[in-house]
Every structure is written in C-alpha cells, then in structure tokens.
Ligand binder design. Structure first.
Ligand code: JFT
Length: 258
C-alpha cells in the first residue's frame, strides 16, 4: 500500500514554488521501507503545511507490497556467512521499477540510500538536494540491502549512499526523516521567513559557528534574569554580545568549526 502524505490537492491558486498552473509540486519525494508509517510524521508542522499546499508531494511505499510469496519475505541469510540477515534484491528491484515507471521529472531521480558506511550527510549536500525534482529514499533494515541493488540503480538514478552521523541506528528510516526535514526546509516557500535560514548554524552564508543563546519574556523567570544587554535597545551592543557568545560556545563545544 502506498501512503500519499497529503489531504488533497484542493487549492485552485498556484503557490510559489509550484510550477505555475500545472498543480505539480516543486519536489517529489518517495520513501521505500518495511515501516512506511515512520513517514506519517512528515504530515506535522511546516512540512505538513508544504504538503497540504502542494509544494511537496511525499509518498511512502511498503517494500512488502513488492514481494510475491505468502510470507512477504524481504530478507535472507548473507552469502559468506556472518550474523544477521540481508535484504533480498528482488523486492527492491520491483519497487524501484515502479517508481521509475511513475517518474515524470525531466532529470534522473536521486536515489538516497541511508547507510552507516555512507558519505557524511551535511548541510551542503542538503542544499544540493533541495534543487532536485525527485528524491527517492531506500530505507533498509537488518544488516543492509544486497549491494547489487545499488549497482543496478546507478544506471537509472543518481545514487547517493549517505550516513546521518557516527552513531548506530537500526535502519534507514530515522536517517531519511532527518535528511528529508533538512532538505525540504531549504525548498523555497516551505519556511515562511528566509532570513531565519540565512542566520542559522551551518548555513553556507554564516561564519559557520554555533548559535548564541536566545531569550523571551518574562524578563525575570524563577529569579533568573535575561542578560541586560538584550533589554538595552543598543543594537550594536546586542550584535557584539551575540558574536562573543557564539565564539565562546563554538570554542568550547566545536573547536573544529573555528
Ligand atoms: C543503519 C544508520 C545510519 C544512517 C541504514 C540499514 C540497516 C542497521 C545497521 C546498523 C549497523 C550496521 C546495519 C542501518 C543506518 C546511521 C542506515 C541501515 N541498518 N549495519 N545507522 N546509523 N547514522 N544513515 Cl539498511
């Protein structure tokens, strides 16, 4: 079963980012997984709004729908021996065939395969992916996907094996969700205020330091005061204080960024 993560294309007026008049989303994202329900989370918050507004077309597919045996088997024992199971190539091949048959984008789709041994996923990679028409996430489980799937796919997709980071997850779904959120918020129209994109950590146009701490009302809470400079109205002093705090925090936590 395919889960189209949207209510309906009820809008008559084209939204910015949508191809004018065609009703076609600026970006299509498919995810293939044995746990497609993970991707229901994308209906929340900003991404859910972008989906509702037709900017994004996100679909999750159950890999088991592409099996033919009674038990809907997706795994088998590894050649060469060893612990655990490996994902069989045939269901992946059929799932990818079905997406290629349905693909109407001008450029070859990008196949992103989350993997603990992938290239590190970065903000720079996210910015590159934000400019693509069609992303497909192949989310495996167990010890991984039979590598021939990636070799075969290279003739049809721009294949990217990417790791979310140096820690161990049980499968590709959580990595894919983080990658999707990172990419999608860079698609024009998904985030209301583009200035907030310019200012934040890791943005290509910032100095690459960590963010300064932030405060809001009330000015005193549980005997804790907001730093006085932020109430002073002196914008130059505020900027200097924030730059100094950014530098201190970055030196302490991420000296590699200085
Ligand atoms: C873990 C993963 C990422 C990323 C894909 C697939 C199976 C379980 C596993 C764990 C350790 C060794 C397999 C995955 C990730 C990350 C991604 C799979 N597993 N071998 N773990 N940690 N940062 N991206 Cl398929």
């Amino acid at each position: 079963m395919m889960r189209r993560l949207t209510t309906a294309a009820t809008k008559a007026t084209p939204v910015s980012g949508e191809d004018a008049g065609t009703g076609k989303a600026a970006m299509r994202i498919d995810a293939i997984s044995i746990f497609p329900q993970y991707f229901d989370a994308l209906q929340l918050s900003l991404i859910g709004k972008a989906i509702e507004h037709g900017l994004l077309d996100v679909r999750a597919h159950d890999l088991r729908e592409f099996t033919h045996d009674r038990h809907r088997t997706v795994d088998d024992t590894p050649y060469g021996g060893g612990a655990g199971m490996v994902m069989k190539p045939e269901p992946w091949g059929e799932a990818l065939d079905s997406l290629l048959a349905d693909d109407d984008s001008a450029r070859r789709p990008v196949l992103i395969v989350p993997s603990p041994s992938g290239h590190p996923f970065t903000q720079e990679i996210a910015a590159d992916l934000a400019g693509k028409d069609h992303l497909v996430f192949a989310c495996g489980r167990y010890e991984g996907i039979d590598h021939r799937v990636l070799d075969w796919a290279a003739d049809h997709f721009d294949v990217r094996e990417l790791s979310l980071g140096d820690y161990v997850l049980n499968g590709g779904e959580v990595a894919a969700l983080a990658m999707i959120e990172t990419v999608v918020r860079l698609v024009p129209g998904v985030i209301g205020n583009p200035q907030s994109l310019v200012e934040e950590s890791y943005s290509v146009s910032t100095e690459g330091m960590l963010e300064y701490p932030v405060y809001t009302k009330p000015a005193v809470w549980r005997d804790l005061e907001v730093p006085g400079v932020l109430l002073s109205g002196d914008h130059g002093a505020v900027d200097d204080w924030r730059a100094e705090r950014s530098r201190e925090i970055t030196a302490e936590r991420r000296p590699d960024l200085l």
